[in-house]
Design a protein around this ligand. Sequence first.
Ligand SMILES: [Zn+2]
Length: 68
Amino acid sequence: MQIKCPLCSKITTWEENPFKPFCSERCKMIDLGRWAAEDYKIEANMQDEDQDSNSQVMHDPQKEGEDS
Ligand SMILES: [Zn+2]
């Protein structure tokens, strides 16, 4: 199967390609660095919502206890 590298648009193959979906390690590393930067941004934003998700987690065990 032929695929196009999402970074440089070079045609490469899916099979036997350790760097898929990229054409090379270089493109994969560039994309990883890009995602790492995105994750950092998302994590910073999610800190505001931490308190909400914590209260939801506390309700879940009670529900399971009622079921069983
Ligand atoms: Zn590439």
